[in-house]
Design a protein around this ligand. Structure first.
Ligand code: HEM
Length: 454
């Protein structure tokens, strides 16, 4: 597709391409400065391949900007008092010009952002882009992911409908399981033991001030760090290979403008045909059945059906620590910038993902219809049967998958190295998490029993 339609948009950015025959206008000078603050003047030709990053970092930036703009507009009408919150959303939907559309854009941008940042994380991992001094930015990225989730979570309560009220009630009840501090932490966020006015005020303040400020600070640092690290990761050059560069303007600018426009059009059209949901007004006395957490926490909620909440939290914590420590335990730079590291790494990833595809549904079904450790071992404390044993089994599966990959037994005696095995275990865990989330969204009905969605 020709990008000529973008010509007028980038006209101002073109100063650096041609030798200047006349002095640049002040406006052009400012625009050029902006571009060259964000990017170097030249970028490696390889960095321009869309199929390397899939534009996921940039798309996430566009979504963050959309969220900020629509959020500001929503604040003009939203009223964070328990008696008025729901009504103010209803009025916004029915009485304000484009109110429903703006709310839908905000709602969907937030949900898409969870997906695009998750995929960005996956891409960064699979290309080993946390190597060569990028470890700090990887950790900043993980913080950004937590901020994205926390931003979504705090916004979830604001419409004050049944869905939001009960999702927050269910999710915050999990906080109480944090050892020693649980109840204090939950009461701190809710401003008391229950979801009420104090919780709404707290969540509102967190959502409109605290989270955006954190997002802005960490994102600015994240983008600055990408630049400081010499741009995005690249495979190492071969001995006789010369680096090929292209001018940022128009090559990179064109891609960014095109991707940005596609995102805007997509979100706009999506929001036009899919209004943001609004159920009936929150009623603390009538709990829906099933009462589910927000969709991005349903993987965790599903895990809770299979083990003690403390074990589930430890497991998630352990995966978090493993992600933070990844740059420390996988330091070889040889395979940076290459998807899956090597052909064997690719096979390890396929193996990990397929194994999860088999194991997770089987484990969920067995646990629903057959496995009953507390019943089989009535004399053993439930902390052991529901807590320790499932936790240890899951850990053993993780360790088993790693050593299976390292053993050479899987791929005709071709052993995977540490980095390739990590790709396999990463694919296993991430696909497992996705599958648990799908089960939680589509296959859980009344009383959280396993049901078919059709
Ligand atoms: C709001 C969330 C985020 C935004 C807006 C964002 C944005 C970006 C952008 C624009 C880039 C450069 C282009 C690209 O690689 O696509 C980038 C690179 C990077 N991001 Fe993020 N990011 C976010 C979250 C994350 C997360 C969750 C991680 C991983 C835990 C992460 C780790 C990195 C790393 C290591 C790089 C350098 C990649 C390389 O050198 O190839 N980011 N990010």
């Amino acid at each position: 597709m020709s990008l000529d339609i973008l010509k007028p948009l980038r006209e101002g950015f073109l100063q650096r391409e041609e030798p200047a025959t006349e002095l640049p206008t002040r406006e052009n000078h400012v625009r050029n400065n902006l571009i060259l603050h964000l990017h170097p003047s030249r970028v490696p030709a390889r960095a321009l391949r869309f199929s390397y990053t899939w534009g996921l970092g940039g798309i996430s930036v566009v979504l963050v900007v959309l969220l900020g703009l629509t959020g500001l507009l929503l604040m003009f009408r939203y009223d964070p008092r328990v008696e008025y919150a729901y009504v103010s959303i209803q009025q916004l939907e029915t009485e304000v010009m484009f109110g429903s559309f703006i709310r839908a854009v905000h709602h969907w941008s937030a949900n898409f952002l969870v997906i695009t940042t998750f995929l960005h994380l996956v891409r960064v991992f699979l290309t080993g882009s946390y190597k060569q001094g990028r470890g700090v930015n990887w950790i900043i990225g993980l913080v950004l992911f937590v901020i994205v989730l926390a931003g979504n979570f705090t916004g979830y309560l604001l419409p004050w409908d049944q869905l939001s009220y009960w999702a927050i009630t269910v999710s915050t009840s999990l906080m109480a399981y944090i050892p020693l501090l649980g109840t204090a932490v939950r009461n701190f966020f809710l401003g008391g033991p229950q979801v009420g006015q104090a919780a709404l005020s707290n969540f509102y303040a967190l959502h409109v001030v605290f989270m955006p400020a954190l997002m802005l600070g960490f994102l600015a640092y994240h983008l600055w760090k990408v630049r400081k690290n010499g741009g995005i990761s690249q495979p190492l050059l071969k001995e006789d290979e010369k680096p090929e560069f292209k001018s940022t303007n128009p090559h990179l600018v064109n891609i960014e403008l095109a991707a940005g426009l596609v995102v805007l059009v997509f979100v706009g059209l999506w929001a036009m045909f899919n209004p943001a949901p609004l159920g009936s007004i929150a009623s603390p006395l009538v709990s829906p059945n099933p009462a589910k957490a927000a969709w991005y926490f349903l993987g965790l909620q599903e895990l809770l059906l299979h083990m003690h909440p403390l074990s589930a939290m430890f497991l998630i914590g352990l995966v978090g620590v493993a992600l933070v420590g990844t740059p420390l335990v996988d330091r070889s730079d040889r395979d940076i910038g290459i998807y899956f590291r090597t052909a064997i790494g690719r096979r390890a990833a396929v193996f990990g993902a397929l194994l999860a595809l088999y194991l997770v549904p089987i484990a969920v079904i067995l646990d629903e219809f057959w496995y009953d450790l507390p019943g089989w071992l009535p004399n053993v404390h439930t902390n052991v049967t529901v807590g320790v044993i499932p936790f240890v089994i899951t850990l053993l599966v993780f360790v088993g998958v790693y050593f299976l990959l390292r053993s050479g037994w899987l791929f005709k005696n071709e052993k995977t190295n540490h980095s390739e095995a990590m790709v396999g275990i990463f694919a296993f865990i991430m696909n497992g998490l996705i599958l648990l989330t799908i089960v939680g969204i589509h296959f859980r009905g009344q009383n959280m029993a396993l049901v078919l969605p059709f």
